[in-house]
Design a binder for this molecule. Structure first.
Ligand SMILES: Cc1cc2nc3c(=O)[nH]c(=O)nc-3n(C[C@H](O)[C@H](O)[C@H](O)COP(=O)(O)OP(=O)(O)OC[C@H]3O[C@@H](n4cnc5c(N)ncnc54)[C@H](O)[C@@H]3O)c2cc1C
Length: 430
């Protein structure tokens, strides 16, 4: 029986993506080696890795492929984590630390490698990611960041004020750094391309099939939907900010926050020529950051934090309008053509989580706004765990699930923090 799952929210990406396949709803019993819950970057990258390595993989997505954050992201492929390499090595120790730094630094290689290998038609641009600094304090932070990555051989450069102004096409920043490993993509096309590649390799993909229960049957797991079930040795969960009650407590390990984006129409050359002229994407150093890029048709796509509601619309984008007007005053009269929003999953420790929930049951989530690269990497790592890799061999900490203490209050705390950050950003910019 088909469920009445929502189709894609209207967005720039749903309007311009490559077509999706007509994936079936799960019907009847299916036997697999690995069942995967969630059809975003995590789930689809896991399905692809498993199928390529000869495992029988079956994926269930509650809505459509890429319906969650993966089909709504800014599409910025930004390497690394929130923490700088030196911090990570101090936090995680001299054995695991450098491996986490390397794996997170290589996340863009993984995305662009998959795009090449599977000829995914998702408008990839690999010209780098710029982090421009809006204050003297954060200029010091990004300078150190660039130095630390340079020491580890990454293709990065510190940008002075004039070079930043040229690459951004606006002069409000004090300087910044560029990480040439990064780039940008059409994210919904990418995730659709991953699902199609997984299917070609032998994975079964099912949409409009929310997993309703997850139980043991003998030495197997059973994932049940309203129309069928998958019996599998191993289950992987990749539901990130859209995690529901399927596995008790998992939703309480992440704090979903809303991020809102708006896009202009394609900019005519007289307005657009100087804006991000070399094709980089940017996300600045504000605590409530502005992230922006051009798309393949020359639109400007601007994103930022938003209130926690699913029905966000143009009225909630006043701050994005203000950001565009401040950065690019020549666009003051250019209206936004698209608005859309989605859930970013934050974690308390700002690290992504690879959790062993029970024997042969794994979850990857909590990418803190860096999931284009990280979720793609975590999908592969989850697949490797399912194929028998030892947690100690995985280049991220594999931990037990730790629900956040006092979870019902996190929303109140998050709201207060957003207000506080807004004030701090304003004071720091003055
Ligand atoms: C507006 C926005 C902008 C962003 N910008 C960037 C960016 O520029 N760069 C970057 O690196 N990251 C960005 N991110 C973060 C990034 O998009 C996510 O980290 C990433 O997409 C997570 O992928 P995922 O596959 O883990 O989860 P998702 O893509 O969210 O997929 C989870 C899926 O699980 C499904 N699901 C949930 N419960 C069930 C169930 N019971 N049964 C079956 N299916 C289920 C949902 O329907 C959903 O489709 C952004 C996020 C948002 C929302």
């Amino acid at each position: 029986m088909a469920s009445s799952a929502p189709s894609h929210p209207a967005s720039l990406w749903s309007a311009t993506a490559i077509p999706d396949r007509d994936w079936p709803v799960l019907a009847g019993p299916v036997h697999a080696d690995v069942a995967i819950v969630g059809g975003g970057f995590t789930g689809c990258a896991a399905a692809l890795t498993l199928a390529e390595r000869g495992a029988r993989a079956a994926l269930v997505e509650a809505n459509e492929i890429g319906w969650g954050a993966s089909g709504r992201t800014g599409g910025q492929v930004n390497p690394g984590l929130k923490y700088d390499p030196d911090e990570l090595e101090t936090m995680l120790g001299s054995e695991l630390g450098p491996r986490v730094v390397a794996a997170s630094g290589n996340s863009a290689d993984e995305v662009f490698g998959l795009i090449d290998r599977h000829a995914i038609d998702c408008a990839p641009v690999r010209k780098g990611w710029i982090q421009p600094a809006f204050s003297a304090r954060t200029l010091q932070v990004v300078t150190k960041r660039a130095e630390q990555w340079a020491k580890r051989g990454a293709d990065v450069e510190i940008l002075d004020r004039a070079r930043t102004a040229h690459l951004i096409g606006g002069d409000i920043y004090l300087g910044g750094w560029i990480d040439r490993r990064g780039g940008n993509i059409q994210p919904l096309s990418f995730v659709r391309g991953l699902a199609a590649a997984a299917h070609r390799a032998g994975a079964a993909i099912h949409v409009r099939s929310p997993a309703k229960s997850l139980e043991r049957r003998g030495n197997k797991w059973v994932v049940r939907t309203s129309g069928g079930e998958i019996e599998a040795t191993t289950v992987l969960i990749g539901t990130n900010g859209y995690t529901d009650g399927l596995w008790p407590g998992l939703a309480r390990t992440v704090v979903p926050m809303m991020s809102l984006q708006a896009a202009t129409p394609p900019l005519p050359p007289e307005l657009g020529a100087g804006i991000l002229p070399e094709g980089q994407s940017a996300s600045d150093t504000r605590r409530l950051l502005w992230y922006y890029r051009r798309d393949a048709q020359g639109r400007l796509v601007m994103g930022g934090r938003a209130p926690f509601r699913e029905d966000l619309g143009p009225a909630d984008a006043i701050h994005l309008r203000a950001a565009v007007d401040r950065l690019y005053p020549q666009l003051r009269t250019v209206p936004f053509e698209y608005h859309w929003a989605g859930r970013v999953a934050m974690t308390k420790d700002y690290l992504p989580h690879l959790n062993e929930l029970a024997p042969n049951l794994w979850a990857g989530l909590g990418y803190n706004g860096r999931g284009v690269g990280l979720a793609t990497v975590f999908g592969r790592l989850l697949a490797e765990l399912a194929l028998g890799a030892r947690p100690a061999d995985v280049p991220f900490p594999v931990t037990a699930m730790r629900p956040i203490f006092g979870y019902p209050f996190t929303r109140v705390v998050a709201r207060a923090l957003v207000r506080y950050y807004r004030v701090r950003d304003r004071l720091e910019a003055d």
